[in-house]
Design a protein around this ligand. Structure first.
Ligand SMILES: [Zn+2]
Length: 396
């Protein structure tokens, strides 16, 4: 059996037992066997291994868990971004532009885009990524989007209810029927999750509830785009349905925050029913919008995750370190809260206990920084600090 020792770690973020909320250990080592963490402890007591990675006294973290990304698309909306930066408001309407380009693309073109963005994210420390459909919006193109996504991740999400496509503009009830019927039937074999964009201009709460219930009935887990562009019932619908995560959470009422806080349970107690609030500051950055109030959520005891929302319209970044820096600078999260949210928080948003932590038994997904501390991720924004990525125990 081949073992790999990551040795000479100056600061190890475990998100398990250790100092502070990140479970930090100093002068540590991690032993990896068969793609899993086999042992974590002081470097001085490290067991022998066939191979060794010398971290050189730098910080090591669990790989980032990006629980919200739209990578299956074609085309580019740089001109729309430029118009927005020149003062035009963001409405979500540009999604239809990407739908046209995606439908016209070949499988290989879509696959190449996913591969490029997945590689980009991996080089920036993302070892687990969720990938949504949502730019096909017909039976064949939603199914093939998910088929392609499943080549790159286990966490695939059916987002047929992203917007109502132009051909159904005056009969949204018919589109909901399509999503719940033949589209879901074609998508479900390739999906772990179902998601709806519950927002004015997209799907109202009754449509969202109906679609998510259909997905649950065939065994898909629920997640939701909610309360991004304005206040609304999306977050409470997510809590009502036991969603793993409600994403964006930019405009929240006290009732929304209370509902989320009421789901927070001790993760160690077994099957979680927590609904995580996943914040996507890349979207506010790229649409020049007010950021979600992370402090209010954290102070209420809500479990918070950070994700990129990587998509060609409203947040074309694949960088979790960038999101961490935004969360700290613009959303008043502490660096420790932001790093936890980008690792363990993302794992909870995907209801996974095998990633986002570096404890024995976890998947051996590690990031070696070119820095002495995780603090540098927010302290040195825009700097390529990801020195080495190990995924499933394999140096990348
Ligand atoms: Zn999104």
């Amino acid at each position: 059996m081949s073992a790999l020792l990551v040795d000479n770690i100056g600061e190890l973020v475990t998100n398990g037992v250790g100092e502070g909320p990140l479970g930090i250990r100093r002068r540590a080592a991690v032993l990896i066997e068969e793609g899993r963490v086999a042992w974590v402890g002081p470097a001085a007591y490290a067991p022998a291994a066939d191979r060794r990675v010398d971290a050189g006294g730098a910080a090591v973290l669990p790989g980032f868990v990006d629980s919200h990304a739209h990578l299956v698309f074609a085309g580019d909306r740089a001109a729309e971004f430029a118009a927005r930066m020149a003062g035009e408001p963001y409405t979500g309407g540009g999604i239809r532009t990407t739908v046209g380009a995606t439908r016209a693309a070949t499988d290989d073109e879509l696959r190449a885009t996913v591969r490029r963005l997945r590689g980009e994210a991996l080089r920036q420390g993302t070892t687990t990524i969720e990938i949504k459909s949502g730019y096909g919006l017909n039976v064949a193109d939603e199914a093939r989007s998910l088929r392609i996504a499943a080549e790159f991740t286990e966490d695939t999400t059916f987002l047929g209810a992203h917007v109502v496509p132009a051909e159904y503009a005056d009969r949204p009830d018919d589109y909901v029927g399509l999503v719940c019927g033949p589209m879901l039937a074609a998508a479900a074999p390739h999906a772990r999750w179902i998601d709806v964009f519950c927002e004015r201009g997209a799907f109202d709460v009754d449509h969202a509830r109906a679609i998510l219930a259909c997905g649950q009935a065939v065994g898909l887990g629920v997640r939701l785009h909610a309360n991004q562009l304005g206040p609304g019932p999306g977050v409470r619908l997510g809590v009502e349905l036991g969603a793993a995560s409600v994403d964006h959470c930019t405009h929240l009422s006290d009732a929304d925050v209370d509902a989320l806080a009421s789901t927070a349970v001790d993760w160690t107690s077994g099957t979680s029913t927590t609904t995580v609030a996943t914040l996507l500051p890349g979207a506010e950055f790229s649409t020049r919008s007010p950021y979600p109030d992370a402090r209010r959520l954290l102070d209420a005891g809500v479990t918070v995750a950070l994700a990129t929302d990587c998509n060609p319209g409203s947040s074309y970044t694949s960088s979790m370190p960038f999101c961490i820096a935004l969360a700290v600078r613009e959303m008043r999260m502490t660096p420790a809260e932001a790093v936890w949210a980008a690792t363990a928080g993302g794992a909870r948003a995907l209801r996974r206990d095998d990633v986002g932590v570096l404890t024995p038994g976890a998947r051996a997904d590690l990031v070696v920084l070119d820095a002495p501390s995780y603090l540098h991720l927010a302290y040195r924004p825009g700097v390529p600090l990801i020195h080495q990525v190990i995924r499933n125990g394999v140096p990348q």
